[in-house]
Write a protein of this length. Structure first.
Length: 274
């Protein structure tokens, strides 16, 4: 048998070489204006993202002895139709006929029933894309600055299943996985109290939401689909949102105080870009 004088590489050495190559590639890509990457090769979604939402749309206005929070003085909003009802909103969740009366009632009484006006979390997908993302291998942290406060979501990406035994909540339990450079986040275990959007679009405990997040060098593309077959006739695809990278950090939201109905001018909807 021929004796081969060959130097072999151990497994740790091979792993070290691979990590060094990935890091070098990530550095080169960033230098070329491509999407930054972590050492594990996944796109790095970390950053603060201006998504055009948050608490800025709440602009209280004093009108005589009252304070108006939403739809003040003929401001932006959808005009009523000939019968005085709110005009249909585009791309809204489509409900089963037996749910129509409840949706219409909640829509009419939004300022009395909307959970975010009682300091609850907006829920998913209503909360929209994150305002800030902190990412590391096997885990992504979403931070939000919203009308009813600051919120966070921890999204494992290491292959673990949804946790068992957690209490249902407004933001549910999320797990993520990568499809190429797209982070896919599936969220379940909701409490059935959150709205999908601000027109009375209620949800149930069986709601399941799938978000897809993809980064370009300076933007974050976010889409979401809500599945709630007990009340929806079809999955609801949330309009695509694009957030821009910014150097302005999110800040602590002011204390959330339940909106006093005694000071509401009328039942107008708030103009919510989400």
């Amino acid at each position: 048998m021929r004796n081969l004088n060959r130097r072999s590489l151990t497994a740790p050495a091979l792993l070290g070489c691979a990590a060094a190559m990935v890091a070098a590639l990530a550095t080169a890509q960033q230098g070329n204006g491509s999407v930054p990457r972590l050492a594990d090769g996944h796109a790095d979604l970390s950053g603060t993202w201006d998504n055009g939402a948050g608490i800025d749309f709440v602009q209280p206005r004093k009108e005589g002895d009252s304070v108006c929070f939403f739809g003040c003085g003929g401001g932006p909003g959808l005009p009523p139709d000939a019968n005085g009802a709110s005009a249909p909103r585009p791309n809204t969740p489509q409900y089963r006929p037996e749910c129509a009366a409840r949706v219409a009632d909640l829509d009419k009484r939004q300022v009395e029933e909307d959970p975010i006006l009682r300091c609850a979390a907006p829920g998913v997908p209503r909360i929209g894309p994150p305002d800030k993302i902190v990412q590391r291998a096997g885990e992504v942290l979403f931070l939000y600055e919203d009308v009813s406060g600051n919120f966070f979501r921890i999204v494992p990406t290491d292959g673990r299943p949804h946790p068992k035994g957690n209490e249902p909540s407004f933001l549910g339990d999320a797990v993520g996985h990568w499809e190429g450079d797209t982070l896919v986040v599936e969220t379940v275990n909701f409490n059935g109290q959150a709205w999908l959007t601000d027109n009375g679009a209620f949800s149930t405990k069986d709601l399941r939401v799938v978000e897809r997040i993809r980064r370009t060098p300076d933007t974050l593309e976010w889409t979401a689909t809500a599945y709630d077959p007990a009340v929806l006739t079809q999955p609801w695809e949330v309009p695509r949102r694009v957030a821009k990278l910014t150097d302005l950090e999110i800040v602590e939201s002011p204390p959330c105080i339940d909106r006093s109905l005694a000071h509401m001018v009328d039942g107008s909807h708030h103009t919510n870009p989400r």
